[in-house]
Design a protein around this ligand. Structure first.
Ligand code: ADP
Ligand code: MG
Length: 347
């Protein structure tokens, strides 16, 4: 079996802070790991795969690859395709990274590609911005306490309708349009995600996940469907609870003993300075993550992400990644190239 090549510079280090002196490439929507030219796509092992003028759209770049470049890239993917065939990859997509419709369609196409080559993607989604749009249409003021949505009964109805129907079915529809087969569900279906209401926080119908019964998701994935799971849980007594989509994805990945958990978000990865995309950590150990949380460098919505990565790793998920969902094809770049993207958290 061909081993997966990791960057020599990363091996043995607990963390790598990408220097802010131009060693990373950052555009509005394109960020490649490189230590040379802005227009060079490099392999993790240092060999140059292909050189092209990268546009912010990414599409122009694709057009500039020759046929030979394209088959070379496909050939580079072979060990990864072999390694991940039949394996489950849980992908969380949501929030700001899901706002752009054309990007959403592109992410979905990548999922369909993965399914077509025998990898089993499971998509878990949130949808905060869409919830806010519908709350405002209905004249309900969004309300947050310590970064968590205060979810009264009316808000919970909207959360369930928006996530379980609108966002969920739009993703299912996009997958179908791209030639894949998808089935949408939420955590309430077959009590797939059970949660406990966090009454002590006094934020209404917000839950913390207590258990995941992954049989339904597993059965669908085994039959070639892409399960699309909305982050609405059941309290086991008929009440819907709003749960963090990262946490839900992490618990699903753990229950499925997934090969990977990939969290797609609206930043390049875990950053040392959250306003400087070039300060990305390419790899982080659990210990370093905990330190960064203590120091306040990892904050807000990034905390549940690293927390669920850490929990997943301790429960047998082989690798966890936080990647930029705004970057075209970031999912394929992480899974199928030597380079990888974003931040990998490992034990
Ligand atoms: P999502 O909708 O994808 O769950 P969130 O807004 O919940 O996104 O979490 C991602 C956000 O976390 C980023 O947009 C950023 O503002 C914030 N954040 C806090 N600390 C960091 C950090 N160290 N690196 C990157 N992002 C961070
Ligand atoms: Mg979030």
């Amino acid at each position: 079996m061909i081993a997966v090549v990791k960057s020599p510079s990363s091996v043995g280090n607990s963390c790598i802070l990408r220097a802010a002196n131009g060693t990373g490439i950052q555009g509005p929507s394109v960020s490649f790991r490189s230590n040379r030219s802005k227009n060079t796509v490099r392999r993790r092992n240092g060999g140059v795969v292909s050189t092209c003028a990268l546009s912010t759209e990414g599409e122009q770049a694709e057009k500039q690859f020759s046929a030979f470049d394209r088959v070379s890239i496909l050939s580079e993917a072979l060990p990864y395709l072999q390694r991940f065939r039949g394996k489950t990859i849980v992908i969380k997509y949501g929030g700001a990274a899901m706002k752009d419709e054309s990007l959403k369609a592109r992410v979905v196409t990548d999922l369909v590609l993965l399914g077509t080559v025998g990898i089993r993607p499971v998509l878990v989604h949130g949808g905060g911005p869409e919830i806010n749009i519908w709350l405002s249409k209905l004249g309900i003021e969004p309300n947050f306490k310590n970064g968590l949505r205060v979810t009264d009964a009316d808000t919970m109805d909207v959360v369930e309708m928006v996530l379980g129907a609108r966002v969920n079915k739009s993703l299912v529809n996009l997958i179908q349009q791209a030639g894949g087969q998808a089935v949408g569900l939420c955590g309430k279906d077959n009590d797939t995600i059970l949660a406990r209401q966090m009454v002590e926080k006094d934020i209404g119908f917000v839950g913390e996940v207590t258990s995941v019964d992954a049989r339904l998701i597993e059965g669908l994935a085994a039959q070639g469907y892409i399960p699309v799971v909305a982050s609405v849980a059941s309290d086991g007594k008929g009440q819907a609870l709003n749960v963090n989509a990262d946490t839900a994805a992490g618990e699903i990945a753990a229950a499925l003993r997934a090969e990977k958990l990939i969290l797609m978000t609206d930043v390049a990865g875990v950053l040392h300075d959250k306003d400087d995309p070039e300060s990305i950590y390419a790899e982080l150990s659990i210990r370093k993550c905990n330190e960064l949380v203590e120091q306040g460098i990892i904050a807000g919505g990034m905390i549940p992400k690293v927390d669920c990565c850490i929990r997943c790793l301790s429960q047998g998920v082989a690798a966890t990644h936080i990647i930029d969902g705004r970057q075209p094809h970031s999912l394929l770049m992480e899974l199928l190239t030597d380079e990888g993207v974003g931040t990998m958290i490992q034990g």
